[in-house]
Design a protein around this ligand. Structure first.
Ligand SMILES: [Zn+2]
Length: 435
């Protein structure tokens, strides 16, 4: 059945890049998005599309902004309970809060309830596509894929591999993680809207043998993703050097095992050297910027525009539990503050590009999601600025640019009026799951 959504329609044209995002945005103040069978059939000015809309059931969102669903390219489904844990740097924080929280996900019932809560937080914040780390346990990864499938989310995820430097109950021999990944790929990869990502946590918790086995699996299929962490914290970098003394630098650990590729997502990368950045760019590996997490753990300040000028494609991640909000708007607020401290403030167009079409491109999913081109999956978010008194006050009579900027600085889940997956509104209150 043909359905139409009226409102202020905003997205970026397919040929937009981070260099030209501002010039490639599309905005219809009296816009219409037409959807049929979960896909976009038309998007543009309401009056011009009136002919095509005949017979359509129209939902009028009036003054609200309708934008493509947000992409969170780095988040942990097993750390929600540890969000906002006080006073540690990365390595201590993992030991004190994160590993104990992840241990609980061995239990299938626990995993299911808490994963459901996690997905609910993503959706109520307007995130329709996420790239997710689970724990080492089968139960955590299965809950993630199955609950995401029930909701019909587009999601990339995988079981986390750790075979050393973590509590005994969280260390699995590389063979066991290999086998679990293989099973999960068979069961979930490319089913509905799911994709599998090989997920070695990072070089400290992965032995050379483990990284070799990850690489082996990565080579078996050309459509898998790979995600891991890199150069987040200075002590982490020193520790990696201790465990891999023969490698030139941190990046070289992953490079040596053949893990860099256009389908590889490296979280953080704050302290990568010029030499490493060049290799990231040459291999078309992606960096996921997680500013909220970086500020919270005091890890450092990533230079967004320097990285972009190095030819690296960036996506944004909330990185909850180290990140302090599931909201990609709040994540942009932190990205702005970090970029301001680096002397080159992130503008609103580039920011919104990076959580919509730019994120989709970094994940190589822009053929399916990211904007309102005909045939794309109708994942979109309805933003109502009037749901926050302050944002409403600040943005009355504002230009588009001012509106977007105010939303990314002041906005959060309160302004997300509705989230749609494949043209269906998610009934957030019915997504059970509790903490
Ligand atoms: Zn992370």
């Amino acid at each position: 059945m043909l359905k139409g959504y009226r409102g202020k329609l905003f997205d970026f044209a397919n040929d937009a890049t981070i260099e030209n995002a501002g010039a490639k945005h599309r905005y219809y103040t009296n816009g219409l998005l037409l959807v049929e069978a979960g896909k976009v059939v038309a998007a543009g000015d309401y009056d011009e599309l009136a002919g095509e809309a005949i017979g359509a059931e129209i939902v009028d969102y009036g003054h609200c902004l309708i934008v493509p669903g947000f992409v969170d390219a780095h988040v942990h489904s097993v750390q929600t309970k540890a969000i906002a844990s006080f006073g540690k740097e990365l390595l201590d924080w993992l030991d004190s809060y994160i590993f104990p929280a992840e241990t609980l996900f061995e239990q299938p019932d626990y995993a299911r309830i808490h994963t459901r809560f996690f997905l609910k937080q993503l959706l109520k914040n307007g995130t329709t596509t996420a790239v997710v780390y689970s724990s080492v346990h089968a139960a955590a990864a299965e809950a993630l894929f199955e609950e995401a499938a029930k909701l019909n989310m587009r999601l990339i995820g995988g079981n986390t591999w750790m075979d050393r430097n973590a509590p005994e109950e969280l260390c699995l021999p590389a063979e066991a993680s290999f086998e679990l990944s293989e099973q999960l790929i068979k069961k979930y990869h490319n089913q509905q809207r799911l994709h599998f990502a090989l997920t070695p946590r990072y070089a400290i918790t992965s032995s050379p043998k483990s990284l070799r086995m990850v690489a082996h699996l990565f080579e078996t299929r050309s459509d898998l993703y790979l995600q891991t962490h890199i150069s987040e914290n200075l002590k982490e970098i020193e520790t990696v050097h201790h465990y891999y003394p023969d490698r030139r630098n941190y990046l070289d650990v992953y490079d040596y095992f053949g893990l860099l590729s256009p389908r590889t997502l490296l979280g953080h990368g704050i302290h990568l050297t010029s030499e490493e950045l060049k290799r990231v760019a040459d291999s078309k590996t992606k960096i996921v910027h997680c500013p909220s997490s970086n500020l919270f753990l005091g890890s450092g300040l990533l230079d967004f525009y320097r990285m972009q000028r190095s030819g690296i494609e960036l996506a944004m991640g909330s990185d909850v539990g180290a990140g302090t909000s599931f909201s990609m708007l709040q994540t942009l607020q932190d990205a702005y503050k970090v970029s301001a401290l680096k002397g080159e403030p992130l503008n609103a167009m580039d920011a919104f590009y990076s959580i919509t079409l730019g994120g989709a491109k970094a994940l190589l999913l822009d053929g399916m999601i990211g904007n309102f081109d005909i045939g794309k999956e109708a994942d979109f978010v309805v933003i109502d600025p009037t749901q926050s008194e302050l944002i409403n006050y600040r943005t009355r009579d504002a230009s588009l640019d001012e509106m977007l900027f105010a939303l990314m600085i002041l906005g959060d889940d309160r302004v997300i009026k509705a989230t749609y997956l494949m043209g269906e509104m998610v009934k957030i209150e019915e997504v059970e799951g509790r903490g």
